[in-house]
Design a protein around this ligand. Structure first.
Ligand SMILES: NC(=O)C1=CN([C@@H]2O[C@H](COP(=O)(O)OP(=O)(O)OC[C@H]3O[C@@H](n4cnc5c(N)ncnc54)[C@H](OP(=O)(O)O)[C@@H]3O)[C@@H](O)[C@H]2O)C=CC1
Ligand SMILES: O=C(O)C1=N[C@H](C(=O)O)C[C@H](O)C1
Length: 259
């Protein structure tokens, strides 16, 4: 049995994750955490009595193997640091960790003899999109990224869009796209800039999580697109990560590294 704590269990991803853990025969949900759960009990959330409900990070005292984090960019670092200190292996889907924070967490993980996994996207279609985009960028160095999400998303651009830009940047020379004297008459209209590559964020009702990478070259174009129509699309990856993190000996970034 792998004992699991779900942080952010009241959120969209947290709710799906709780169900996935409960429906996986070799996982046990030993704890859940969200600030709005302060003072509440397992019965308030239709959870079994054996699941401890926490509303404060510092009060989490259950013994667990894995900490799954789907919280918010501002809190993920402190959460994961606390979990590692308690001896848990983090599986992190929350966006927003900086490179310095990842380095810190990796040092902590190795000092404790643990492993961990951070994945900007647990969906197979997104993992493949990033892989194909990196391959295409060797031949089509001019690209723009458009990510489209539900209107409740708190961060922009998405973690997946940043990771896609990073992967494309590994195979192309940094260069600015568009005219040299380009002037925005409406600020922001050219999107965010990642080493000269533009990233555009769309937030619309009806959307869940989607990304398109547009490549252009003289006389031709290539578009790569992925769609997560339902958050269920992330759960196969999260389940796999919980199993595989038990064998990792460092903080690995990217689901592709355990597939
Ligand atoms: N890697 C991947 O594949 C995916 C990653 N994500 C990422 O996961 C994260 C969560 O997304 P989503 O579920 O849609 O977000 P929601 O806004 O639906 O949920 C956020 C959760 O975080 C909790 N929370 C709020 N404040 C704190 C705090 N101080 N400490 C700990 N937890 C807190 C909320 O609890 P409360 O009830 O108390 O407010 C809630 O449970 C985002 O960063 C998103 O980008 C999303 C989808 C897929
Ligand atoms: O907030 C979301 O919904 C998602 N967040 C992740 C991201 O920022 O890339 C993954 C996916 O896009 C869904």
């Amino acid at each position: 049995m792998i004992k699991v704590v779900v942080a952010g269990f009241t959120g969209e991803m947290g709710q799906n994750t709780v169900k996935m853990v409960q429906n996986t025969s070799d996982f046990e949900l030993v704890g859940v955490f969200a600030p709005s759960a302060k003072g509440k009990s397992a019965a308030d959330y239709d959870l079994p009595e054996t699941t401890s409900v926490y509303g404060e990070l510092q009060s989490i005292d259950c013994e667990a193997d894995v900490w799954i984090d789907f919280t918010l960019p501002d809190f993920v670092y402190e959460n994961v640091k606390y979990a590692i200190k308690q001896g848990m292996r983090p599986v992190v889907g929350t966006t927003g960790l900086t490179a310095e924070q990842i380095t810190d967490l990796n040092q902590l993980i190795q000092a404790k003899g643990l492993g961990g996994l951070i994945a900007p996207n647990f969906g197979m279609s997104a993992v493949l999109l990033m892989k194909f985009a990196k391959e295409a960028a060797a031949y089509f160095p001019d690209a723009e990224i458009i990510e489209m999400h539900h209107p409740n998303k708190k961060d922009a651009p998405s973690g997946t869009a940043i990771k896609t830009a990073e992967m494309i940047s590994q195979v192309r020379h940094p260069h600015t796209q568009g005219a040299e004297q380009e002037k925005e008459t409406l600020p922001g209209s050219r999107g965010g800039d990642y080493e000269g590559m533009k990233i555009h964020s769309v937030r619309l009702p009806g959307y869940v999580a989607h990304e398109q990478v547009l490549f252009g070259a003289p006389g031709e174009a290539l578009t790569i697109r992925q769609d997560s129509f339902d958050r269920q699309s992330f759960m196969t990856g999260v389940r796999l990560a919980v199993k595989e993190v038990m064998n990792l000996t460092e903080l690995t970034v990217g689901l592709e590294n355990i597939l």
